[in-house]
Design a protein around this ligand. Structure first.
Ligand SMILES: [Zn+2]
Length: 517
């Protein structure tokens, strides 16, 4: 009798387990099917990158993006909201034209740096000058009056606009070596001279402005064909523009050969006073453990030389698409699935640091955070982030993802916590198990990251689709996991730099009143 009961019980158990397995497979199947057959990625990418455009903190476009995301989530039946966490200097990019008007006319490829002051309505026309070679700061100060009414070129002219990989392919070994040696020497001399002025990248434009310069012209080559990094300006009254390498080099050579080139610059940006900054938060409430959280994480802001397509448009698309798919394939999660689209990551993880600081309850309830923020490529690296038992759960969850998506993923356990870099670091610092879904490069560092070429055409939608499937399945598995994940920290390794054991990073407060200089 006893035997019979236990046999029956065993049969019941076996059948309910296989039911569970079937249900589980059914959810995963549904996730994959929705992602592949009803993908919204191209539409979302077009609306965000082409329609709304770049998302610099403090711009109206950043606010437009937050409002767009809330409306999207609501259209998918997912409650969403914008949470204010601070304020920033408000600024909006306007029409910007840079033309050479002497010794001949040529329209140039360049743009205002972020937050750069505007020109008068009709623009400025002025002659270009380059920095002198000086032996000390006194000599530089004596030269400074020469900049009055002039546009000053402050970047080293590159000896070649061909990236090294192109030289490697076509140059003789001898001429490639010679070019690199000359470039190294030129760079060293340039830095030495900059040191002699007593100024640096930040303080030089300010000193030139105070000496009466009409504007600053720089060029931050990103070591690829036609590609420059576009960051923020340090001037307060006069415009700072970046010119692409080809144009910058030509002008520099014209100055040096005594042809006194002149530019006409029109830069119609607007200062908008202080504006509020936000994170967009959307949630699918947990049915069994609503106070435990699986968090999908991607910063929403960008620099504005391009449209922020791979930094971090693609991370944004992955998280939005994963949420949309989860709402369809897994509408009643065990734990709450929350997505955070953070503001102002680019100026120091500000949105996510604010969220962590303002929501200790949510941070305590974190089951797992999945962050994606290094380009359009398929995920190829996942680290345990220094959580001692991360392998036990993350390994199990990854096992449920189709092999064709996980095949190339290299895992490191237990790994070490990040000290910055992207928003998962904000959560790790607070002890919450947070993981970076790290992408294949697709020439991210040279061609798209913070550049004027970070645009829609660089998105690899098949890879982004894989990442959305991966994220949705990991979120599903984390939500269903039988127990709360361990937060036990691994003993960190000895630092090769200090010889001392590394310490776990601690939470840092965000900048909540930014861009006020
Ligand atoms: Zn980023």
């Amino acid at each position: 009798m006893i035997k019979k009961t236990s046999l029956l019980f065993a049969m019941f158990l076996a059948s309910s387990l296989s039911m569970l397995a079937q249900d589980k497979d059914a959810v995963i199947e549904a996730i994959i099917q929705e992602a592949n057959e009803n993908s919204q990625l191209e539409t979302l990418g077009h609306e965000l990158m082409d329609g709304i455009g770049p998302r610099l903190v403090g711009t109206p476009q950043m606010k437009n993006a937050h409002d767009w995301a809330v409306a999207k989530y609501e259209s998918w039946g997912i409650p969403a909201r914008n949470e204010q966490w601070g304020e920033w200097k408000g600024w909006e990019r306007g029409i910007c034209h840079i033309d050479m008007v002497h010794p001949r006319v040529q329209s140039l490829r360049g743009t205002q740096l972020a937050w750069s002051p505007s020109t008068p309505k009709k623009g400025v026309t002025a002659e270009l000058v380059v920095l002198p070679t000086v032996s000390d700061s006194l000599e530089f100060v004596n030269w400074l009056p020469n900049v009055k009414g002039k546009l000053v070129m402050i970047s080293m002219p590159q000896p070649t606009g061909r990236p090294d990989y192109n030289w490697e392919e076509f140059a003789t070994e001898k001429s490639f070596e010679k070019m690199k040696k000359e470039r190294d020497g030129q760079t060293e001399a340039w830095n030495q001279n900059m040191g002699n002025t007593g100024l640096n990248r930040r303080t030089l434009p300010v000193a030139l402005e105070e000496a009466g310069a009409a504007g600053i012209v720089s060029s931050y080559w990103s070591r690829g064909f036609g590609v420059n990094k576009i960051f923020g300006a340090y001037t307060k009254e006069i415009p700072t523009v970046d010119l692409e390498l080809e144009d910058y080099g030509m002008l520099y050579r014209l100055v040096e050969s005594g042809q006194q080139p002149q530019l006409h610059i029109v830069a119609e940006s607007k200062e908008l006073g202080k504006v509020p900054t936000f994170n967009t938060i959307a949630e699918i409430k947990g049915s069994e453990k609503p106070d435990e959280y699986v968090i999908l994480s991607a910063h929403f802001d960008s620099w504005d030389g391009g449209t922020g397509a791979t930094d971090n448009g693609t991370g944004t698309l992955v998280m939005m698409e994963a949420m949309r798919i989860l709402k369809k394939a897994y509408p009643n999660p065990k734990r709450t699935i929350l997505v955070g689209h953070w503001g102002s990551e680019e100026q120091g993880l500000n949105g996510s640091r604010a969220f962590v600081e303002d929501n200790p309850g949510i941070v305590d309830g974190v089951q797992a955070v999945f962050n994606q923020d290094n380009g359009t490529g398929r995920v190829v690296r996942i680290s345990g982030g220094g959580f001692l038992h991360a392998y036990d759960y993350l390994g199990k969850w990854l096992h449920e993802v189709p092999g064709e998506i996980t095949d190339e993923i290299e895992t490191t356990f237990p790994g070490t916590p990040a000290r910055g870099g992207s928003d998962y670091a904000s959560f790790q610092a607070a002890g919450a198990p947070a993981f970076s879904l790290s992408s294949l490069s697709w020439s991210y560092w040279n061609y798209t990251w913070h550049t004027n070429r970070d645009t829609y055409d660089k998105i690899i939608f098949d890879d982004v689709r894989n990442n959305a499937i991966l994220t949705a399945i990991l979120a599903y598995m984390a939500s269903e996991h039988p127990v709360k994940t361990s937060r036990e920290k691994a003993a960190l390794p000895i630092s090769s730099r200090t010889g001392e054991q590394l310490e776990w990073p601690t939470p840092r407060s965000p900048e909540r009143n930014g861009g006020q200089n």
